[in-house]
Ligand binder design. Sequence first.
Ligand SMILES: Cc1ncc(COP(=O)(O)O)c(C=O)c1O
Length: 357
Amino acid sequence: MSRNTVAFISLPAIRHNFKVAQKLAPNSKIASVVKADGYGHGITQVAGALQESELLAVATAGEATALRNAGWRGRLLMLEGFANPEDFDCSQSLNAEVVIHHPSQLEILRRRKLASQAVLWLKLDTGMHRLGFGTSDVKEVYSELVSIAGQERVELMSHFACADEPDKPMTQRQVLAFDDAVRGLEARHSLSNSAAILNYPSAHRDIVRPGILLYGISPLSDRQASEFDLRPAMTLTCELVAINHCRKGDTVGYGASYTCPENMPIGVAAIGYGDGYSRHFRNGTPVLVNGKLAWLAGRVSMDLITLDLRGHDDTVTGDKVTLWGEGLPIETVAPWAGSLPYELVCGVTGRVPRVVV
Ligand SMILES: Cc1ncc(COP(=O)(O)O)c(C=O)c1O
């Protein structure tokens, strides 16, 4: 029997979620974030569904190259800019826009030739302390970038640390720090990821940068995607390959970490951490078997999982198991692995075919 472990990718769902993003931020252009292989969904297919984006945003030169090779002729942003002169040359040959966040990049810019249409995104660190120039350096760096690229080709951006936690004052502080630092500078602004699009309309500005929301996943831990009319783009499925009739007291899987409380059927399904189904999923993690709830029973192994199939009397080998997606929100499943939907979708490995529906 061939192994039928598949991540179904719904392009209509991605198109729909893009429209939701447009409705949420009606006065902003959209830079769709498709890094990390389109959050594990397949960068080129995802890009095909996001043709109406003002920009596509990636992390690496390799991802930018993949998009150009796939035929994306529109605006393309490298969110980490370039780390060395080779990456810079690559960005210019791809006509990609680059984020400038560090003095070492200015050194490279001074020595290399900028393509005539190149756009530079000046990134401010407004409190996250990851990438970006300190707010007190911004005016000086802005002047230098304007002298290199021209005023029309410099954009201003920052990134939020806590936009998914509106109870914290951090995001408001970051907005204030940004506004203070850029006062008087002529440029478009880009601040908001998915969580800020939902939580901070005043931070939408000229260009929003949604990622997770486009894949139909809520960025907010206490809200489901369906509450925002978002549709899941990835449904991860596999098949039952065996059903064992275990007796009360039998243990299941590595470490014998699950003990059958009664005589019961244990299903064996063809997915494991080698496919990106995290080994951290605990006993009791929900799955769907033929659309009906069942539960993980025993440790996840590399290629297989074991399931409590009590109440599934009609189930047979070959029946479909859904790990997350349509009918089982990934937001519900992720906490069972102590994880986030971001990590789960990005973690689906290359041996799982992405089948576009
Ligand atoms: C700079 C930047 N902007 C936007 C995003 C999109 O974030 P989200 O997927 O939470 O919408 C990311 C993702 O990590 C990012 O690094």
